[in-house]
Design a binder for this molecule. Structure first.
Ligand code: CTP
Ligand code: CA
Length: 495
């Protein structure tokens, strides 16, 4: 009995202090492990999504990534990679439709390499076609269906989760572009004022912004509820007012039946190219506007005269302001409230204004610079920019004039509002365009109501981890000191 009592007294487990320290150590370990597990449950595990932007002039493949299980946290989706498909847009393959699908091969192979193999099966792939396919559908719906079947058949062979190939509407194109720029700017989540979106493609152009005024025409009005906030958005897409189709319209307007030469103020002096009538009048944007009666075939010589003022008058004629059934219109009888807030202007708005060095210029300076630029002889321009594709280079006088006219006379951006337009390509590493908004919408990644916040802000997480680590170290040191006392050692030896 006496021996047992002695052993009890000498056993460290019967000292309250030691029991207390042990309990604390166990609790600290549990706290550390739990915090780390909760916070880092899925850290560094990414999910992926692929969107193909089948535009009128070309197709681009976008790969997006986001941390798995953080899908509803704002700002999480980022562009991981883009690939430009070689050649023209899918609508140009209407004469040999099987090539439309095959044209996507290189970029889809690249997507297979960029996305970890184990994620392939759950990676959604969407293809959205825009104005080029809208025009082809207008001309011949069977052909546009065949082109879509061709790309569909091709994409289905890949190990990804195919989600469909379709022609998106102009309204969707505008709305998703607006969602993209505001998502990337974090405006939804922080309930900040939104920015408008201006997209200029080859065949259509979109304007989308939040207006405090009533949107009188239902087809231009969209309502969104995002992260617990309501947005009434105005949007319009002008088919045939992308810069390539606008150029065709401008050429058709200047060409008279039977002409074999066209003296064009929107091209540089010395520019001389033989073009087919068909290349102009074959477009539904031109035939619809009443093309010259004769001859639909044969050639004409396109000669530049390089005169910005005359070019501007020719371009202005593309915008019809003679009728408006609403309170106010942009052009061609389309309702538009006055532009409001700041805007992001991307795709060809950016390519052209960036080339012309006009991204931060005033409207007046921009007009003045266009006068100088258009008057430069073609031979000199070619020498100055040897690395730029000649097709692009030849068109910048027209394109710059077209952009200034569209923004000023079409949408009514006055001199005072000009600085509200930001010509942008990317926001935080991701391209501005409709594709991200399209994917966010189809994967339900922007919830109507604000999602729960993470268990801890990052700073809180780091502080708690550091404090518990310090406590644990101190306790271990203390325990070590207590256990290694001679009394402890002796009692252990007795046991
Ligand atoms: N570095 C570049 C790239 C493109 N472009 C031109 O910019 C225009 C629009 O390009 P993009 O936005 O890619 O149009 P798409 O998406 O193909 O057309 P849409 O949206 O109308 O279907 C085209 O005329 C293209 O030739 C340009 O001038 N400079
Ligand atoms: Ca486009």
């Amino acid at each position: 009995m006496a021996d047992q009592r002695e052993m009890k007294e000498k056993s460290p487990w019967h000292r309250p202090l030691i029991i207390f320290i042990t309990v604390l150590i166990v609790l600290a370990i549990i706290a550390l492990v739990t915090t780390a597990v909760v916070q880092n449950r899925t850290l560094q595990k990414y999910k992926y999504g692929i969107v193909l932007d089948a535009g009128s002039s070309h197709t681009a493949v976008y790969i997006y990534e986001w941390p798995a299980e953080k899908e509803n946290n704002t700002g999480m989706v980022q562009q991981k990679h883009t690939c430009d498909v070689k050649g023209k847009g899918i609508s140009s393959y209407y004469t040999s439709v099987e090539k439309a699908g095959l044209s996507l091969r290189d970029c889809m192979e690249e997507a297979k390499e960029k996305i970890p193999t184990w994620r392939h099966r759950e990676t959604p792939v969407y293809l959205g076609a825009t104005a080029g396919m809208r025009l082809l559908r207008k001309m011949n719906e069977t052909l546009s269906d065949q082109v879509l079947s061709s790309v569909e058949g091709f994409l289905q062979v890949y190990p990804f989760m195919y989600q469909g190939a379709r022609i998106i509407s102009g309204q969707e194109e505008g709305a998703y572009g607006w969602i993209t720029v505001n998502y990337l700017s974090d405006n939804f989540h922080r309930a900040l004022p939104t920015i408008g979106a201006l997209d200029l493609g080859g065949a259509s152009t979109q304007i989308t912004f939040v207006s405090r005024r009533e949107v009188e025409s239902p087809e231009n009005s969209i309502h969104f509820r995002l992260y617990g906030n309501d947005y009434d958005v105005y949007t319009h897409s002008f088919l045939c007012y992308g810069k390539d189709q606008a150029l065709k319209q401008a050429l058709a307007q200047q060409l008279k039946p039977g002409d074999t030469q066209l003296h064009d103020p929107c091209f540089h002096r010395g520019y001389n190219q033989t073009k087919t009538w068909e290349s102009v009048t074959g477009s539904p944007c031109v035939s619809a506007q009443g093309s010259p009666a004769s001859p639909p075939h044969g050639n004409f010589t396109h000669l530049g005269t390089g005169n910005a003022a005359l070019c501007r008058s020719a371009v202005r004629r593309l915008f019809n302001s003679s009728h408006c059934q609403w309170g106010r219109c942009s052009f061609n009888g389309v309702f538009q409230p006055p532009v409001e807030g700041t805007f992001g202007a991307f795709s060809a708005f950016y390519f052209v204004m960036n080339f012309l060095n006009l991204t931060s210029a005033t409207l007046e300076d921009s007009k003045e610079k266009m006068v100088q630029y258009c008057s430069r002889p073609w031979a000199e321009v070619k020498l100055s920019y040897p690395s730029i594709k000649e097709k692009y280079l030849a068109e910048y006088c027209f394109s710059g004039t077209y952009i200034l006219t569209l923004l000023e006379n079409g949408y009514n951006f006055t001199s005072g509002k000009w600085s509200d337009i930001n010509f942008i390509k990317k926001i935080g590493g991701s391209d501005a365009g409709w594709t991200l908004g399209y994917m966010l919408n189809l994967t339900n990644m922007i919830p109507a109501e604000a999602p729960d916040t993470p268990p801890l802000p990052h700073a809180g997480y780091v502080t708690i981890m550091a404090l518990f680590s310090l406590l644990l170290t101190a306790l271990l040191l203390l325990a070590c000191k207590l256990f290694s006392r001679p009394a402890c050692t002796q009692s252990k030896q007795i046991i």
